[in-house]
Design a protein around this ligand. Sequence first.
Ligand SMILES: [Fe+2]
Ligand SMILES: [Fe+2]
Length: 383
Amino acid sequence: MVEDNFSEFEELEELEELEELEELEELDEFEAVVSPDHVQDPGHRFNTENSISDTFIYKKLTSLYNYSSVPVLITDNRFTIIYANPAVIERIIHDKDVMKASFFHIIDFNQKEINSSGIIESLRNPETGYSWIGGVNIIHKNYLNVTANAIFTPIYDGESELEKLPCGYICMFDDVTKKNKDIFSRTYLSLLEASKLKDNDTGNHIRRVGEYSRIISKSLFQKESYPEVDMQFIENIAFLAPMHDIGKIGTPDDILHKSGPLDEKEWQIMKEHTINGGFVMSGYPDEMAKQIPLSHHERWDGTGYPFQLSEEMIPLSARITMIGDVYDALRMKRSYKDAFTHEKACQIIEKDSGTHFDPNLIKVFIELESKIMGVYDMLNDNN
Ligand SMILES: [Fe+2]
Ligand SMILES: [Fe+2]
């Protein structure tokens, strides 16, 4: 009896040891995936029997996918990329140099609840069929970002041995960038149209603000002085800067259209268009959409509204947008002022560099002043 108990205890201990060992192995594998060292020096893992590149199935699959228009990657069982077909390079990754990189170094997850360890768990789990499907983002500096559904399925070496772990994975991408973009742009353009019905500003004012913001951002990208400015930033700001006053949709008409000066209470209500705009745009899948309406009246010296943010606390997208917005307002005839010439508008803006505006951005604006004037002339209110 005692002996029986003892052997049971021994078995239990053995089992625990085994589990610990498995846990350690899993951790080791996970670290191998996420560690940058693994990417730089994958050889110790890559050229072991775990590599599938010599197998018949790998050769068969790659010869098929070379000519497929479906973007496909193949990874080994540690998620290191060992094959990328021409379609995936051209349409998803835009970088030929992905071999031996970890899959998790090239993607970003667009569903916040999913992370790399969640995917690894699913791909290691027999109950999920060693597979995973979900949304991913591929972020690029020199190209627009790609949004795609990624479908992972396992590869087995030899006959169907489902009880064995996969020796690698096929990952196919369904590019939904355009579909997603169309849905969002249609929704938000409708909102913009609705806000234009209330606001005095013309449609061309908002189009011009989008173009000024695009020109300034492009120049920042070329100068490489702001790391956050990439191709996607330029595309986003050109679309989102026109929405800076979208919050006026919530401003009462008698305040919005009042011909005389606003009293203190009316002015406070008018200022709320920034907060309302941030709220209206908060469902857009990019922070910039909220930042521009919320912060386009903040000032570099901290005297703006709604939160008196100063200097780099003000998001870059809003700092860029406000320059174009003010320049354009100066150029337009308003009930309380005549239209200023391009030179006069530039003088006023330069004078406010470092108080109202970011001084570094004003330097860029002045360098670009002839292009800025060109946008105003091309999209003037008589067109
Ligand atoms: Fe505004
Ligand atoms: Fe405006």
